[in-house]
Design a binder for this molecule. Structure first.
Ligand SMILES: O=C(CO)[C@@H](O)[C@H](O)CF
Length: 523
């Protein structure tokens, strides 16, 4: 337990399936955790995995009042558990990226006058012009994406401006669809929030600004000027700037918690609200990624988090404004062929055994004698391609490899693709670069050894189960210290260090350079 009276920092994560809360003390030790699982604890909303997938299979939404009620419940749980809210010096949060909330005309007056005697979900009934918020799993806006790219000069131009080509889940395209298909709801909307800024608004008792990092996941914000991009606003919907407000730096202290939280839960009237951000930017903070670092989340799909100084946006992957360093950026690249492809090759070439899979990696050498494989069992996101392709060291296509060579070709190919696409976005391996590995495969020492060799950098493992939530608590602490010139790295220097699990083998750089040379397949 912390010394009595020492400050706490609260982090909340409004993710797809649950609301998670963590409180840390000033040495960043977690002193309290809680959560509300939407499906099981709020069954009245009838969600599955936190969402409603509609009959067309494309439209995916979540009831916004479910998120509000989840906050009521989690704070009640914490109060019942004896959590001392008065010790919270600052709070921040994250939300699933790209989701949007449509506040109905007059809602600002309700927010400003919240009655501490009632739960939020009762007070905010009728405050939302669109009761079912579109979320990141929605893919119903292909037409709006096409129009946006045409309006600004093409996919690459849009990526140059906003950090990404048009994606169906991105907020601007969702807003365009609501304006085109439900014009009355759009006209009744006085404010549009992201899930992150919506959650911050609840604590502030007023509309919270969108932060730069989550704002760069909308296809609306210029990632260099950090302002809404006029051609994108114009192409999306009328009077949009007035409904969005102006974006702010992610370290901004937006204000203090509103009287509702002071009277109902005992928060200090001085408790600061630091801008909320997207879940992936929150995770970058939680993993304490620094310049040159790369985080590799090895899951069903593999996701790369990169810290980038000089981004080169492409029509693959995403560049967002960095949530902890305003002059830097972060990139996110998703690879759909992740653990399921590794499992398929394990089953076919290692008899379903991870031990035999590891034996194959140990019995083959770095570089695989020049053999390279591309294993896109399903349509890959990065790049949009499908199929299994094998090449020998003469660059001739071959129909098969031996089982051991196939296994190494899969793992080296997956990691080389990650390095190639990361460097195309502007990522640079610098002295001191760390690779942070998370997810199921990161527990396999032979797989992470290949990762260390391909990136020619040491690999550390880090628990990211709560990274977005923890990152929000870290950002809350940094938010109140940033104005004293404290860097994020200094603000969180007491956090638990990641564990070193692999270092590059001898000759890794040369071997990798050969494999990644220009005349190899563009995986
Ligand atoms: O769409 C995504 C990132 O671009 C997802 O990772 C969501 O943020 C998950 F909530």
């Amino acid at each position: 337990m912390s010394a009595p009276g020492r400050p706490y920092y609260l982090g909340l994560d409004f993710s797809t399936q649950q609301l998670k809360v963590v409180a840390v003390d000033e040495t960043l030790n977690a002193v309290h955790e809680s959560n509300v699982h939407f499906d099981s604890e709020l069954p009245e909303y009838g969600t599955k995995d936190g969402v409603h997938i509609h009959s067309d299979g494309l439209r995916v939404t979540s009831p916004v009042l479910m998120w509000v009620k989840a906050l009521d419940i989690v704070l009640e749980k914490m109060r019942s558990d004896g959590f001392d809210f008065s010790r919270v010096e600052a709070l921040s949060g994250s939300g699933q990226q790209h989701g949007s909330v449509y506040w109905k005309r007059g809602a600002s007056l309700v927010l400003e006058g919240l009655d501490g005697g009632k739960p939020l979900h009762k007070l905010l009934e009728g405050c939302f012009a669109v009761p079912d918020s579109p979320v990141w799993m929605d893919s119903s806006t292909a037409e709006q994406c096409q129009r946006l790219e045409e309006a600004v000069g093409g996919a690459q131009r849009l990526a140059d401006i906003t950090g990404s080509r048009a994606y169906e889940r991105f907020t601007g395209n969702q807003i365009a669809k609501i304006y085109q298909t439900s014009p009355v709801k759009y006209s009744e909307t006085e404010r549009i929030s992201l899930v992150s800024s919506f959650a911050a608004s609840l604590f502030l008792g007023r509309y919270a600004e969108v932060d730069y990092s989550d704002g760069s996941g909308m296809n609306l914000m210029d990632i260099q000027t950090k302002n809404w991009a006029p051609p994108c606003l114009t192409a999306t919907a009328p009077h949009l700037q007035a409904k969005l407000g102006n974006p702010v730096p992610s370290t901004t202290v937006l204000g203090a918690v509103c009287p509702y939280f002071v009277s109902r839960y005992g928060f200090s009237a001085d408790c600061k609200v630091v801008a909320f951000t997207g879940d992936n930017p929150g995770s970058l903070a939680g993993m304490r990624l620094q310049e040159g670092d790369v985080a590799v989340s090895l899951g069903t799909s593999d996701t790369l988090f990169l810290w980038i100084k000089e981004p080169k946006p492409t029509v693959e992957g995403h560049v967002f404004c960095n949530p902890v360093e305003s002059c830097a950026f972060m990139a996110l690249i998703c690879f759909k062929n992740g653990s399921l492809t590794r499992q398929r090759v394990r089953d076919e070439s290692a008899g379903g055994s991870w031990d035999a899979f590891s034996d194959a990696l140990r019995s083959t050498s770095m570089g695989n004698d020049g053999n390279i494989g591309i294993y896109f069992d399903v349509m890959e996101i990065t790049p949009p391609a499908v199929g299994v392709h094998r090449f020998n060291k003469e660059m001739s296509r071959v129909a098969s490899f031996s089982r051991q060579v196939d296994i190494r070709a899969l793992v080296e190919g997956q990691f080389m693709a990650k390095r190639v696409h990361a460097e195309k976005l502007g990522y640079k391996i610098v002295p001191g670069t760390k690779v942070l590995a998370t997810g199921g495969a990161s527990s396999n020492s032979d797989i992470v050894q290949v990762l260390a060799d391909v990136f020619n950098a040491p690999v550390y493992t880090i628990d990211t189960a709560n990274s977005a939530c923890l990152g929000s608590a870290y950002r809350a602490k940094h938010g109140v210290e940033a104005k004293r010139g404290v860097s994020f790295a200094d603000a969180v220097r007491h956090a638990q260090e990641p564990k070193l699990v692999a270092t590059p083998g001898p000759g890794a750089e040369q071997e990798t350079r050969t494999l990644l040379s220009e005349n190899r397949p563009d995986c």
